[in-house]
Ligand binder design. Sequence first.
Ligand SMILES: *Cc1c(COP(=O)(O)O)cnc(C)c1O
Length: 248
Amino acid sequence: MPDTAPPPADAQHALADRLAQVEERIAAACERAGRSRSEITVVAVSKMFSLDVIRAAQAEGLTRFGENRARELRDKAGDLPGAFEGGDVAWHMVGHLQRNKAKFVARHADFFQALDSPRLADELDKRAAKNDRRLPCLVQVNITGAEQKYGLAPDALHAFLDELATREHLSVKGLMAMASYTDDEGKVRGQFRRMKELFDTYDAGENPRVEMDILSLGMSGDFEIAIEEGATMLRLGSALFGPRPYDD
Ligand SMILES: *Cc1c(COP(=O)(O)O)cnc(C)c1O
């Protein structure tokens, strides 16, 4: 895990300010879309930030934290346990997971947002069984085509969801996607709209492992569009914490 940034002396205050601004923007987007704030869950993406920063966020009422590296999640959950380990935060693994690190997620994460292959599903299912649990997951869809490496092709999604019916230790709660990284609002909106359609058209009726409850779409640069297009979960990093000390 890389060195994480120490919180500046006024970190608490700055965080409270950014959170208040984000909440105003969420409220305005909900208003425009005729939606209720209570439909939206915020995951604070804390990757690369220290536990001090995360504790400051907790003091502001944030309870769900997102990480994109399995070892970093494991280390942080060691000090600040998630709900699965008896704590009062929830750790969301939001990034691509290699199979050899599935054990960390099955052991320490409360939620896995990047399920995108049958082999990973097998490994997580096996590891979750060892931890005597059912791991809540979102299936990641690649909505940008060649721009992104990870996520399932939209055309393969429904068949993949059907196939998950046999993974007894996974519990799929919905879908996750990242839009193109672009200023082209129309493009991003179109991608989110496609996700909402994939979300709405899956019939989970006979699939005991799948419920379509959560649509995790927005990030700091596009969360208002995501709300307008039906997202129920936002993954917000820099909008809450400021620029990351190191980036991918
Ligand atoms: C880093 C990350 C985020 C948060 O990014 P911001 O632009 O800082 O809000 C959201 N989702 C995933 C999958 C990420 O890796």
